[in-house]
Design a protein around this ligand. Structure first.
Ligand code: SF4
Ligand code: SF4
Length: 486
């Protein structure tokens, strides 16, 4: 047997040409196009279990979002993030920037909740609670109100301009703009007391910050929910890109049961499936028409699918009409479809180690945060050394160090504090010892500490300020350094 020669590799020198690239003769010019023209999607409205869940969440999240800033708590807004005063009011809680740890806790809880929900049922957040989904749903509802359902909208868009078309489009735009402006106003109402803001809007006496954020947020809502819609999910949202890392073969996702559905095809209601050799899919394309991202779930799991369940709802109504069992499109797992598991078996496998670990960590963080908030002392103290002098000799030959102390009252009542110091024998507070701070306010006080001459060897000595809140019966201790010069 003769040995075949190894193929000779041809080295092609890399050159850069500035000549325009010509497509090969006969090639479809679309093949060299890098971008696909955007095709407008007209989602058909749908009703069913998942649609009801989506609307329930739209109502719930929006009642909270639009209503919360109007809620009063005593003499103030119940939820207010006052950035100017650096105070964050959340019902009975008054947080300072020093309480940053709670924000970290909230972010950890949000991240683990997302991991957990995604591991259990894929893009639950996207399909039901994401602001992009919620506002798109609301804008679509207004669109339907002004222009009718899918087929009517498509017909009208294709038809030439008439007075009626103009009036309907204008009415839709007016409703969209009103909703977007109200959303922008509400958003700013979380940072500026909303009743004050409403008065400022009425008098058109707004600060530049308020004007910018109200209109910017309104514009973002209008653009994203009115025009960009599914393009935000497809091209802008980073979550769509990394979600697959959180999926596995036991994650519940919206799935088309290919084994049962194929071969698809239209048939008469009375036709016998076994003689036709067809599957359950009647190829009505309704699942594509209701899809807000315009995909065909029958092509398998796609990153554009936001898991909204609209295709499940519509396919179930089709199955009901033709008299087949529901669930041709359903929430299922890859394993369940492969192994033909029952619903109970599928759900049992969803509770796997990954889900239990996420739940465990989430539980621990939530409990730790609840305990920490319950035990939180409602005042804070910051000690800053006076930069003007390290140490000096005061009247009577005593060594004096000066500090500035900030006492932050995070309670809703005026508090009286008593200041003392520990750490060196005969070290005493030579300035005001009793400090009163009004509710939710903070106060800076200059504090002079004095030590008898030669009361301690030269050098730095660790001391502790002790601040007692007399009415609360609580105290905090802050470390500082007392300097004795040579
Ligand atoms: S809605 Fe159901 S029956 Fe109709 S095309 Fe989609 S999968 Fe097939
Ligand atoms: S494929 Fe179904 S679940 Fe996915 S986005 Fe479209 S309608 Fe929603």
């Amino acid at each position: 047997m003769s040995e075949s020669k190894p193929p000779v590799k041809k080295v092609i020198p890399l050159t850069v040409s500035t000549a325009p690239i010509e497509p090969p003769p006969g090639a479809d010019p679309e093949l060299v196009s890098l971008y696909q023209a955007h095709k407008k999607i007209y989602p058909r409205s749908v009703s069913g279990l998942f649609s009801r869940w989506r609307w329930l969440l739209v109502w719930l999240t929006q009642i909270i979002f639009y209503g919360l800033p109007w809620l009063e708590w005593g003499q103030r807004q119940a939820v207010l993030f006052d950035l100017e005063a650096r105070r964050f009011y959340i019902f009975g809680l008054v947080l300072y920037p020093q309480d940053f740890i709670y924000l970290t806790g909230i972010l950890v809880i949000a991240a683990y909740s997302l991991f957990l929900f995604t591991a259990v049922a894929g893009r639950l957040w996207c399909g039901y609670a994401c602001p992009q989904t919620v506002y798109t749903e609301m804008f679509l509802w207004l669109e339907k109100l002004a222009e009718g359902d899918r087929s009517m909208r498509m017909r009208r868009d294709a038809a030439p301009w008439t007075l009626e078309k103009f009036a309907r489009k204008a009415w839709k735009q007016a409703m969209w703009i009103a909703l977007a402006l109200w959303t922008g106003f509400t958003f700013v109402g979380y940072f500026t007391p909303i009743q004050v803001l409403a008065g400022e809007f009425a008098r058109w006496d707004l600060g530049s910050w308020e004007i910018f954020w109200s209109f910017f947020y309104a514009f973002a809502t209008y653009g994203n929910a009115g025009f960009m819609r599914e393009q935000v999910c497809k091209y802008m949202c980073p979550y769509a890109r990394f979600q697959s890392a959180m999926f596995d073969k036991d994650t519940l996702v919206v799935t088309y049961d290919r084994e049962r559905g194929e071969p698809r095809g239209a048939r008469s209601k009375k036709a016998d499936l076994s003689t036709l050799g067809l599957g359950s899919c009647v190829d009505c394309s309704l699942c594509v028409q209701v899809c807000p991202t315009g995909i065909d779930i029958r092509n398998g799991l796609q990153y554009e699918c936001i898991g909204c369940g609209a295709c499940i709802d519509v396919c179930d109504t089709v199955m009901d009409k033709v008299g087949y069992p529901r669930g041709l499109v359903k929430y299922s797992t890859e394993h369940a479809l492969e192994q033909h598991w029952t619903k109970q078996q599928t759900l049992r496998h969803v509770l796997r180690p990954r889900v239990l670990i996420y739940s465990g960590i989430l539980g621990v963080v939530v409990v730790a945060m609840a305990i920490s908030l319950a035990l939180r002392i409602p005042f804070k103290v910051d000690v800053v050394r006076d930069r003007g002098s390290l140490a000096r000799i005061a009247e009577g030959g005593k060594i004096e160090n000066v500090f500035r102390i900030q006492v932050m009252n995070a309670s809703e009542q005026t508090q009286n504090f008593h200041l003392s110091v520990e750490g060196l024998p005969n070290l005493e507070v030579a300035s005001e010892k009793d400090i009163s701070v009004e509710s939710t306010q903070s106060r800076w006080v200059a504090v002079r500490l004095q030590l008898p001459y030669e009361g301690a060897p030269p050098g730095s000595h660790t001391i502790h300020f002790k601040i007692d809140a007399k009415d609360l019966g609580k105290s905090v201790s802050e470390k500082a350094v007392f300097i004795v010069p040579r």
